[in-house]
Design a protein around this ligand. Structure first.
Ligand SMILES: [Zn+2]
Length: 173
């Protein structure tokens, strides 16, 4: 339910998890939104209907919705731990599985800035979030911030790649 900034942690994490393909990290960063898509398609969570999106009003929704299963604080922690556990089964490496768990949870942190309706537990529990999307200026900030994050992530990724190829070249000499 938000921007391209979610892809940034995947790029930034790739250099410290060399065994993990980039696409796995990109999916990890979008876990909450993939779950939202699945849960809302299955009718477990309500679908958010966006009626307007601009830099004067921010993002406007038809009705307020809450998505505790895909975006609640409690469940997001559970999804991150689950992803880390699955990663551990594959890679047998604590650092790799820890980083994958963090990439999964990074989604929630960015959504915390963007939205204001992230339930702590389930339906009826208090909702948190800075809600920058709710004002034109905030939404503009988040859009610029998303672009900045993605650029930074990609720069980190390519700088690390360049370093490893240089290292390999030195080793091969
Ligand atoms: Zn989201």
């Amino acid at each position: 339910m938000s921007g391209i900034g979610h892809l940034a942690p995947a790029f930034a994490a790739k250099p410290v998890t060399p065994k993990v393909p980039l696409w796995v990290l990109l999916i990890a960063g979008e876990t909450n939104d993939i779950l939202y898509f699945l849960f809302s398609s299955a009718g477990i969570e309500p679908k958010a209907v966006i009626t307007g999106m601009d830099f004067t009003q921010g993002v406007k929704y038809l009705t307020p919705v809450s998505n505790p299963w895909s975006h609640g604080v409690f469940m997001s922690v559970i999804w991150a731990i689950t992803a880390a556990a699955i990663a551990f089964l594959f890679y047998r490496d604590r650092r790799t599985s820890g980083v994958i768990g963090l990439v999964v949870f990074s989604h929630w942190i960015l959504d915390f800035l963007m939205h204001s309706n992230l339930p702590l537990l389930f339906d009826g529990s208090p909702q948190v979030g800075l809600g920058l999307e709710n004002s034109g200026g905030g939404f503009l900030f988040m859009t610029v911030f998303d672009l900045f994050l993605l650029t930074a992530g990609i720069v980190i990724y390519f700088m690390a790649r360049k370093q490893t190829t240089q290292k390999k070249e030195v080793e091969n000499v």
